[in-house]
Design a protein around this ligand. Structure first.
Ligand code: NAP
Length: 470
């Protein structure tokens, strides 16, 4: 018996046609859909209800993947097939923790699987971080992708220099969107308001700044390579910055670091280019950490500490040398990773920004919290590509199914009960067929401008589509 579960007597028929397992999934991004898929394919009979705080599903595939990377949005086709199962329901426009509590969910479902991702940012924690002109990549990405939370953010791109802190794929996405011409973006699903601002951008130099060296950068080689294939922007790398210490050379030579080696080779290619001639330049800079943002009314300069690396191969950390330099810049994007957000009623690991768990079972100290599970970024932290979440969700569902004999087999109402409760609270639930109508309206709007879709960027606009359809 798992610690936290009560001893049960007799054989339960939970998971049969007569008594299906009722599962709530909180969050409609990749890990949520992969958890739904695993549950629906499992031998026990499961009814899956997926909760999403926006009227639109698909999480970061809709509002995180860059608009100029349509191939990365292909998993949506898989999610659509999963959503069409008669055992699946979407309850969109419902925020768990605000519109319905976790305690209430436990009354309506045998199990709750949290797949709510990592919605907040890590902060730099340096003086001046809140100056006007200092932003997080999350805000910028949400804004150009039309996420309603970020619709009204203002990005002043009237300066000639931008700095991006961090060297992961999000940093590269931000750099590429700032670097591309309007012609390169206008047929993507980029939000209209963002394209209008980017069209007026005066930015010429973009510095992508990493605290460690070229052998440790987190971006992948294919994303990096694209910076060398843009219409009117070029990458700039100082060959001196690519000189490696014996430890970094050893690190790159390891089989497990093949991906970093490929990125390093792309950087070597960039360093051997002739001097840049194009309108914009993307400078890849290493071994520098921001220690202060300076400016009177708004950001004017970032103070950078030069670093050296210390430690064993593959575990090298950036250490301050004491040498400072300043970079004049009018806008800065901090792209140093995401953090999960707590939900009332669920244990939370503040240090790591995840729900503490043992193989996907949420734990409170040593004890398992019966019926609560977790998958995706809120389980393991913000790492990996979209597909990584599939194996992660499958592993969580495996734990859940192993525990099935321990569940309280009492009758649970699932969505039928939840809808009644939410109706009384004045919450308008957006179903999957409702989302279809919103989706079709976005696609129609996009056609006029030669885009795959023109996203609605306000909740009211999405809900208005449903009012008109009635
Ligand atoms: P990430 O890959 O973890 O990169 C974070 C970057 O921030 C690293 O360079 C890290 O340096 C740096 N950093 C962290 N804390 C810092 C601090 N206090 N000061 C300065 N630098 C700091 O995160 P991400 O770019 O947000 O991406 C998240 C995940 O989504 C990744 O798995 C990524 O591959 C994935 N993603 C994929 C795609 C794609 O496939 N096209 C696109 C976007 C995102 P250290 O290495 O020194 O920690």
């Amino acid at each position: 018996m798992l610690p936290g579960y009560k001893e049960r007597s007799g054989v339960s028929d939970l998971g049969t046609d007569h008594s299906p397992l009722r599962a709530a999934i909180v969050g409609s991004g990749p890990s949520g859909f992969y958890a739904a898929e695993a549950l629906l394919k499992s031998e026990p009979v499961v009814l899956v209800d997926m909760f999403e705080r926006l009227p639109s599903p698909f999480g970061l595939v809709r509002s995180g993947v860059a608009p100029d990377h349509p191939k990365l949005k292909k998993p949506i086709l898989v999610y659509q097939r999963i959503a069409e199962s008669p055992q699946f329901q979407l309850l969109g426009n419902v925020m768990v923790g605000r519109d319905i509590s976790v305690e209430e969910l436990k009354d309506f479902y045998h199990v709750v699987v949290f797949t709510c991702g990592a919605e907040a940012d890590r902060s730099l924690g340096i003086p001046g971080e809140n100056l006007l002109g200092s932003h997080t990549a999350t805000e910028f990405v949400g804004w150009y992708n039309g996420h309603p939370d970020y619709r009204d953010r203002v990005f002043d791109l009237s300066h000639d220099t931008a700095a991006i802190i961090g060297q992961g794929n999000v940093a590269v996405d931000v750099c590429r969107i700032l670097s591309k011409t309007v012609d390169e973006l206008k047929h993507s699903d980029i939000a209209k308001h963002a394209l209008e601002v980017l069209a007026q951008s005066k930015i010429r130099d973009i510095h992508v700044i990493g605290r460690r060296g070229p052998a440790q950068a987190k971006f992948t080689h294919s994303e990096l390579r694209e910076l060398g294939e843009l219409a009117d922007s070029e990458p700039v790398v100082d060959p001196n910055d690519l000189e490696l210490s014996p430890t970094s050379r050893e690190e790159l030579a390891a089989r497990s670091n093949r991906a970093n080696m490929k990125s390093y080779e792309v950087l070597q290619g960039f360093a051997s280019r002739p001097p840049p001639t194009q309108h914009r330049r993307c400078h890849l800079r290493f071994l520098r950490s921001p220690v202060e943002l300076k400016g009177q009314e708004r950001l004017e300069r970032v103070v950078l500490m030069k670093n050296r690396l210390e430690g064993e191969p593959s575990q090298q950390l950036a250490r301050a040398t004491g040498e400072l330099e300043e970079l004049a810049c009018g806008v800065l994007f901090s792209s140093i990773g995401y953090r999960g957000v707590a939900i009332a009623g669920v244990p939370f690991d503040v240090g790591r920004g995840v729900f503490p768990n043992h193989e996907g079972r949420i734990v409170d100290g040593e004890n398992i919290v019966p019926g609560l599970y977790v998958a995706g970024w809120i389980k393991r932290g913000p790492t990996g590509i979209i597909g990584t979440n599939r194996a992660d969700s499958v592993a969580t569902v495996k734990s859940l199914l192993t525990d099935l004999p321990n569940f309280d087999a009492g009758n649970k109402l699932g969505a039928d009960g939840v809808r009644g409760l939410l109706k009384n609270r004045g919450i308008r639930v957006v179903s999957y067929p409702d989302w279809h109508r919103i989706d079709a309206a976005e696609v129609r709007q996009g056609k006029t401008n030669g885009k795959p879709r023109e996203k609605f960027t306000r909740l009211e606009e999405m809900l208005a589509v449903l009012d008109h359809a009635q």
